[in-house]
Design a protein around this ligand. Structure first.
Ligand code: NAD
Length: 355
């Protein structure tokens, strides 16, 4: 098992079969909160185990899926906690993917003005991204993650056994972020990914543990330097300006991983066209997505107006003009983190990626 801290307040534990090793030690009354899929997969078993250990713990769940990451679901959970007489000294444990860790983290941030919060991510994306860095929140009809708080978990337990049940689409969502970490910050991680496709295909446990660990170290170093997302943290958005716009335009028919992979292809091409990135490095990135079997299917039909509208609403946009994280090489990005580019280049980039 590997253990380390993120910032001063978050203890992280990574290993296999570590959930039942007494690491959690929650304070006061405890609620294990999960979604309806993960409840059946792991929640019911775990609650029995924790009760046998003598914990005073309740299991709460809500319907799985992004569309339930709402203020309404949060209010329903809060009402259940209040009905059960939970108070200031309680602990909330999130067990699930990014939907659960975002929603439960936000609930923990506001319940009795902030209670103890532990996170057990169960998707690859949750392990390398969503559960780390303290961003919590819910969606509204106006967009994703618009209401929320910075509230880092006090403990994060990453038990790699939980991935054994993960569907293929969720593996791809996580791998897109891992490739992103290599591309923006680590030539060594990128090299390892290039050389290890067979290990990925076999879901080799040592390889998975290593790429998850390295990804977490990259996110850790970025969020420690910029905990409130005022500058450097933008680099984590490589591929996301185009990717988010594609997700919005397709009404989320395109998975997050496929959308940001297309985004990284377009944004690396723009980097190359601007003379920042050489063609060979750009091709390495494009080839890596192919090696890892990303479908890279361009949305068809392509609604240019809604794409443009979504781009202008990107959180890095200034005066409705989108800004992009651009690569200088595999493993490094431009110093100003993100910048505007001529709109002709964006549309030429889209054409290039469709080929
Ligand atoms: N806070 C952040 O910094 C941050 C970063 C990235 C993404 N996010 C958020 O994360 C969310 C996406 O997270 P996600 O991709 O984990 O989606 P998710 O939480 O919806 O999980 C995807 C699906 O997999 C199921 N599932 C979860 N664990 C499983 C397992 N071990 N085996 C089988 N099925 C399992 C879930 O029930 C769900 O149906 C989005 O809401 C996004 O905004 C947050």
């Amino acid at each position: 098992m590997r253990t380390f801290k993120i910032g001063q307040n978050t203890d992280v534990f990574i290993g296999r079969d570590i959930l039942r090793q007494g690491l959690l030690k929650p304070k006061g009354r405890t609620a294990l909160i999960t979604d309806s899929h993960v409840e059946k997969l792991f929640g019911l078993d775990l609650i029995q185990h924790f009760r046998k250990e003598g914990w005073n713990i309740e299991l709460l769940s809500f319907p799985a899926g992004e569309k339930h990451k709402t203020r309404e679901t949060k209010a329903a959970l809060e009402d259940q906690l209040l009905r059960l007489n939970f108070g200031r000294d309680c602990t909330l444990i999130a067990l699930g993917g990014g939907v659960v860790t975002d929603l439960v983290g936000f609930t923990a941030a506001t319940f009795c003005r902030g209670v103890s919060f532990y996170s057990i991510p169960t998707t690859l994306l949750g392990m390398v991204d969503a559960s780390l860095g303290g961003k919590t929140g819910v969606n509204t009809i106006y967009g994703k993650n618009q209401i929320g708080a910075f509230y880092p978990a006090h403990k994060i337990i990453i038990d790699l056994c939980l991935l054994d049940a993960l569907p293929e689409r969720e593996w791809i969502n996580g791998m897109a972020e891992i490739i992103k970490y290599g591309a923006i910050a680590s030539p060594a991680l990128f090299d390892m990914l290039e050389q290890s496709v067979e290990k990925w295909a076999m879901r080799d446990p040592e390889f998975l543990a290593e790429i998850i660990f390295q990804s977490i170290q990259i996110k850790k170093s970025v969020v420690e330097e910029d905990p409130q997302e005022t500058g450097l943290r933008a680099v984590l958005n490589f591929g996301h300006t185009i990717g988010h716009a594609l997700e919005t335009m397709t009404g989320y028919a395109l998975s997050h991983g496929e959308a940001i992979a297309l985004g990284m292809i377009v944004e690396s091409w723009m980097s190359q066209q601007l003379g920042l990135l050489n063609s060979a490095e750009m091709m390495r990135l494009h080839c890596l997505f192919k090696k890892y079997n990303f479908s890279l299917t361009w949305p068809d039909p392509f609604d240019a107006d809604s794409f443009k509208e979504a781009l202008s609403r990107d959180k890095k946009a200034k005066d409705a003009e989108p800004r992009f994280v651009l690569l200088k090489a595999i493993g490094s990005v431009i110093e100003e983190h993100c910048r505007k580019v001529p709109s002709e280049l964006i549309y030429a980039g889209l054409k290039h990626a469709k080929l």
